[in-house]
Design a protein around this ligand. Sequence first.
Ligand code: DLL
Length: 435
Amino acid sequence: MKYFQPELETMSAADKRALQSERLVKTVAYVYERQKPYREKMDAIKLRPSDIKGIEDIWKLPYTVKADLRAAYPFGMMAADRKDLVRLHASSATTGKLTVSGYTGHDIDVWADCAARSLVMAGADENSIVHVCYGYGLFTGGLGMHYGAERLGAIAVPASAGNTQRQLQLLADFGADIICCTPSYAIYLIEEIEKAGLKPGRDIKLKGGCFGAEAWTEEMRADIERRLGIRACDIYGLSEISGPGVANDCEYKRGMHFQDDHYFPEIIDPDTLEPLPVGERGELVITTLDRTGMPLIRYRTRDIAALDDSPCPCGRTTIRMKRITGRSDDMLIIRGVNVFPSQIESVLLKHPDVRPHYHINVDRVNNLDTLEIVVELSPEAFSDTVADVEAIRAKLAADMASGISVTAKITLVSPGTIERSEGKAKRITDRRVLK
Ligand code: DLL
């Protein structure tokens, strides 16, 4: 199976634009009528739904921000009648109140299609067994991929997060070929697979996976692919828009195919709020084109990404999105220098003597920001002499200084010291916020 919905995934540019235009015009009229907080934003700038004639007018529309969702907690952003809503999810990824997301049956259908498209890109088909170890619950990871697997006609294994030994048993006994989990959990699973003496290919039959819900790096992808012998696809999504499957890598892994018949992406400069041209990195803004439960117009995701409209050899014509390098609110400012945790990960993973388990501590001592990176040694390096370990530390410190332009204290710890994550990894402790 090459595509899940070939007619939609390989649509011509002209047909795509016509579809996006038609859907945007409808969405704006619907939101103006049914979503009071957004109507007020449009009224404030005297913008009428009839001013939006097609996708080329999208820049005229005001942004929606997370604070709008919080202010409308819990149901103020719902546009559908209550009787038509069938599900709620919520996210507490950042501090503060939950952001609630409401879905009609139509929204769940569209989301399942997008998750099924993603699974096909990772190598799944109707004969697949899809092992889902994203958490099931208010978090969208578990149920999103579960519905996608069923939509595809594959078998979904709702393993959910946690109980790693049980996960290994299920993977070995059921023989799943596709796995869905966070990249940090994948690394944990791989370690346990290796410890148990299970061999990918022989005991574990995985061929591909959709890994997302947190920022990760090409180095991490290479590590997962090498150790599991699989195709590791990056999958993006957020509960406000639907959940996993808004964008996903195909087999060429040249950026995630953004499901732009349903979700329209833009990149803006987060400071000036001006749209940026294709290719430039900035904040991702998404408009839902046919959502009915909780449509969102020009939602500022805070995620930092770039778009790519060059053709993809896979034949899909959806616009692509380069790997998310982080969230603008995750960006650390250390002594005036901007540092994304993913840049730190990238430097660490180029070093064969450490493993991808790390924690970042930021503090302020005598009015000066300090950065400490605690990382686990590989089991081989751990048995080296003290002098060898000191050499590893010095090399990492030097690579880090040139990689992120900030000096960091490197603390090497023994294998297994850093807490493993079952869902989104929590890798930063910023004590400055408490001071
Ligand atoms: O994380 C939905 C999801 C589940 C995506 C499973 C992929 C796989 P939220 O909990 O609402 O939803 O968190 C959304 O997670 O704004 C990004 O900051 C981050 N994120 C999600 N996918 C990626 C990714 C789910 N592939 C927030 N790369 C988003 C980097 C990601 N960050």
